[in-house]
Design a protein around this ligand. Structure first.
Ligand code: MN
Length: 194
Protein backbone atom coordinates (compact mmCIF):
# COMPACT_ATOMS: atom_id res chain seq x y z
CA UNK A 1 0.00 0.00 0.00
CA UNK A 2 1.21 3.49 -0.71
CA UNK A 3 -0.06 7.00 -0.12
CA UNK A 4 -1.63 8.76 -3.11
CA UNK A 5 -2.24 12.39 -4.06
CA UNK A 6 -5.96 13.11 -4.32
CA UNK A 7 -7.16 15.51 -7.04
CA UNK A 8 -8.00 19.05 -5.98
CA UNK A 9 -11.69 19.43 -5.00
CA UNK A 10 -12.03 22.27 -7.61
CA UNK A 11 -10.45 23.26 -10.91
CA UNK A 12 -7.01 24.87 -10.93
CA UNK A 13 -8.37 28.29 -11.91
CA UNK A 14 -11.29 28.20 -9.43
CA UNK A 15 -9.56 30.23 -6.70
CA UNK A 16 -8.23 32.99 -9.00
CA UNK A 17 -7.35 35.81 -8.73
CA UNK A 18 -6.62 35.21 -5.02
CA UNK A 19 -4.72 31.97 -5.67
CA UNK A 20 -3.97 31.50 -9.35
CA UNK A 21 -3.82 28.36 -11.51
CA UNK A 22 -0.03 28.40 -11.71
CA UNK A 23 0.25 28.40 -7.91
CA UNK A 24 -2.15 25.44 -7.62
CA UNK A 25 -0.36 23.61 -10.44
CA UNK A 26 2.97 23.83 -8.59
CA UNK A 27 1.70 23.74 -5.01
CA UNK A 28 -0.51 20.68 -5.51
CA UNK A 29 1.28 18.97 -8.41
CA UNK A 30 4.89 19.50 -7.25
CA UNK A 31 5.05 20.38 -3.54
CA UNK A 32 2.20 18.21 -2.23
CA UNK A 33 3.11 15.39 -4.62
CA UNK A 34 6.74 15.69 -3.50
CA UNK A 35 5.87 15.23 0.19
CA UNK A 36 3.83 12.12 -0.67
CA UNK A 37 6.62 10.69 -2.84
CA UNK A 38 9.18 11.18 -0.05
CA UNK A 39 6.76 9.67 2.48
CA UNK A 40 6.29 6.59 0.30
CA UNK A 41 10.06 6.23 -0.15
CA UNK A 42 10.56 6.45 3.63
CA UNK A 43 7.93 3.86 4.62
CA UNK A 44 8.48 1.36 1.77
CA UNK A 45 9.35 -2.05 3.15
CA UNK A 46 9.12 -0.89 6.77
CA UNK A 47 6.57 -1.44 9.53
CA UNK A 48 5.32 2.12 8.92
CA UNK A 49 3.95 1.28 5.46
CA UNK A 50 0.59 0.09 6.84
CA UNK A 51 0.12 2.91 9.35
CA UNK A 52 -2.39 5.67 8.75
CA UNK A 53 -1.25 9.23 8.16
CA UNK A 54 -2.81 10.23 11.51
CA UNK A 55 -0.83 7.55 13.34
CA UNK A 56 2.42 8.62 11.65
CA UNK A 57 1.77 12.25 12.63
CA UNK A 58 1.24 11.25 16.25
CA UNK A 59 4.25 8.94 16.50
CA UNK A 60 6.91 9.64 13.82
CA UNK A 61 9.95 11.87 14.19
CA UNK A 62 12.27 13.77 11.88
CA UNK A 63 11.80 13.61 8.10
CA UNK A 64 9.20 10.84 8.35
CA UNK A 65 7.06 13.11 10.52
CA UNK A 66 7.71 16.12 8.26
CA UNK A 67 6.62 14.33 5.09
CA UNK A 68 3.63 12.63 6.75
CA UNK A 69 2.44 15.89 8.29
CA UNK A 70 2.97 17.91 5.10
CA UNK A 71 0.98 15.28 3.17
CA UNK A 72 -1.88 15.59 5.69
CA UNK A 73 -1.66 19.38 6.07
CA UNK A 74 -1.92 20.03 2.34
CA UNK A 75 -4.91 17.69 1.85
CA UNK A 76 -6.60 19.55 4.73
CA UNK A 77 -5.65 22.95 3.28
CA UNK A 78 -7.25 22.19 -0.12
CA UNK A 79 -10.45 21.34 1.73
CA UNK A 80 -10.20 24.48 3.86
CA UNK A 81 -10.53 26.58 0.69
CA UNK A 82 -13.50 26.91 -1.67
CA UNK A 83 -14.43 29.08 -4.66
CA UNK A 84 -17.64 29.77 -2.66
CA UNK A 85 -15.68 30.52 0.53
CA UNK A 86 -15.48 33.61 2.68
CA UNK A 87 -18.28 34.82 4.92
CA UNK A 88 -18.27 33.17 8.31
CA UNK A 89 -19.44 30.29 10.49
CA UNK A 90 -23.10 29.45 11.07
CA UNK A 91 -25.16 27.39 13.50
CA UNK A 92 -23.44 25.58 16.37
CA UNK A 93 -19.97 26.70 15.29
CA UNK A 94 -21.08 30.35 15.24
CA UNK A 95 -22.47 30.00 18.77
CA UNK A 96 -19.14 28.56 19.93
CA UNK A 97 -17.20 31.36 18.15
CA UNK A 98 -19.28 33.95 20.03
CA UNK A 99 -18.55 32.19 23.31
CA UNK A 100 -14.78 31.90 22.75
CA UNK A 101 -13.97 34.99 20.65
CA UNK A 102 -16.87 37.41 21.16
CA UNK A 103 -17.69 37.68 17.45
CA UNK A 104 -16.67 36.50 13.98
CA UNK A 105 -14.56 39.60 13.29
CA UNK A 106 -12.46 38.91 16.39
CA UNK A 107 -11.92 35.33 15.25
CA UNK A 108 -10.87 36.48 11.77
CA UNK A 109 -8.52 39.04 13.30
CA UNK A 110 -6.92 36.32 15.44
CA UNK A 111 -6.52 34.08 12.37
CA UNK A 112 -4.98 36.93 10.37
CA UNK A 113 -2.54 37.69 13.18
CA UNK A 114 -1.54 34.03 13.60
CA UNK A 115 -1.01 33.67 9.83
CA UNK A 116 0.94 36.88 9.27
CA UNK A 117 2.81 36.64 12.59
CA UNK A 118 4.22 33.13 12.06
CA UNK A 119 7.95 33.70 11.57
CA UNK A 120 9.14 31.75 8.55
CA UNK A 121 7.31 28.75 7.13
CA UNK A 122 4.29 27.22 8.83
CA UNK A 123 0.53 27.05 9.16
CA UNK A 124 -2.27 29.00 10.86
CA UNK A 125 -5.07 26.90 12.37
CA UNK A 126 -8.50 27.07 13.90
CA UNK A 127 -8.58 24.15 16.32
CA UNK A 128 -10.83 22.51 18.89
CA UNK A 129 -9.29 21.48 22.21
CA UNK A 130 -10.15 18.26 24.06
CA UNK A 131 -12.32 20.44 26.34
CA UNK A 132 -14.34 21.66 23.35
CA UNK A 133 -12.90 25.17 23.21
CA UNK A 134 -11.94 26.92 19.97
CA UNK A 135 -8.38 28.16 19.63
CA UNK A 136 -6.36 29.96 16.97
CA UNK A 137 -2.68 29.15 16.67
CA UNK A 138 0.20 28.90 14.26
CA UNK A 139 2.67 26.04 13.91
CA UNK A 140 6.18 26.05 12.45
CA UNK A 141 7.28 24.12 9.36
CA UNK A 142 5.26 20.85 9.15
CA UNK A 143 3.89 20.79 12.71
CA UNK A 144 0.23 19.82 13.12
CA UNK A 145 -2.22 20.32 16.05
CA UNK A 146 -3.06 16.57 16.08
CA UNK A 147 0.36 16.15 17.68
CA UNK A 148 -0.79 18.45 20.47
CA UNK A 149 -4.13 16.67 21.03
CA UNK A 150 -6.19 19.30 19.24
CA UNK A 151 -8.59 18.77 16.35
CA UNK A 152 -7.95 20.99 13.29
CA UNK A 153 -11.06 22.73 11.91
CA UNK A 154 -9.43 24.95 9.25
CA UNK A 155 -5.92 25.81 8.10
CA UNK A 156 -4.05 28.42 6.08
CA UNK A 157 -0.69 27.49 4.54
CA UNK A 158 1.75 30.34 5.10
CA UNK A 159 4.79 28.80 3.44
CA UNK A 160 6.00 31.21 0.74
CA UNK A 161 5.17 28.70 -2.01
CA UNK A 162 1.49 29.20 -1.13
CA UNK A 163 1.40 32.87 -2.15
CA UNK A 164 4.60 34.08 -3.79
CA UNK A 165 3.44 33.83 -7.44
CA UNK A 166 0.19 35.69 -6.71
CA UNK A 167 1.20 38.11 -3.97
CA UNK A 168 5.04 38.12 -4.02
CA UNK A 169 6.32 38.79 -0.50
CA UNK A 170 3.02 40.23 0.76
CA UNK A 171 1.76 37.45 2.99
CA UNK A 172 -0.75 39.81 4.60
CA UNK A 173 -2.53 40.37 1.25
CA UNK A 174 -2.74 36.62 0.65
CA UNK A 175 -4.09 36.00 4.16
CA UNK A 176 -6.69 38.75 3.76
CA UNK A 177 -7.82 37.31 0.40
CA UNK A 178 -8.12 33.82 1.90
CA UNK A 179 -10.14 35.11 4.86
CA UNK A 180 -12.43 37.30 2.75
CA UNK A 181 -12.98 35.05 -0.27
CA UNK A 182 -11.80 31.46 0.11
CA UNK A 183 -12.02 30.03 3.63
CA UNK A 184 -14.66 27.26 3.69
CA UNK A 185 -16.64 27.64 6.92
CA UNK A 186 -18.90 24.73 5.94
CA UNK A 187 -15.81 22.48 6.11
CA UNK A 188 -15.01 23.91 9.56
CA UNK A 189 -18.58 23.21 10.65
CA UNK A 190 -18.33 19.59 9.46
CA UNK A 191 -15.08 19.12 11.39
CA UNK A 192 -16.57 20.80 14.46
CA UNK A 193 -19.60 18.48 14.52
CA UNK A 194 -17.60 15.32 13.83
MN1 MN B 1 2.32 24.29 1.03
Amino acid sequence: MSFKLKPLPYSKDALAPHIGAETLEIHHGKHHQGYIDKLNEAVEGTGDADKSLDTLIETARGDLFNNAAQSWNHAFYWQSLSPQGGGGPKGALLARVKQDFGDVEALKKALAEAATGQFGSGWAWLTLTAEGKLEVESTADADNPLRHRKRPLLTIDVWEHAYYLDHRNERGRYVEAVLEHLLDWQFAQTNYER
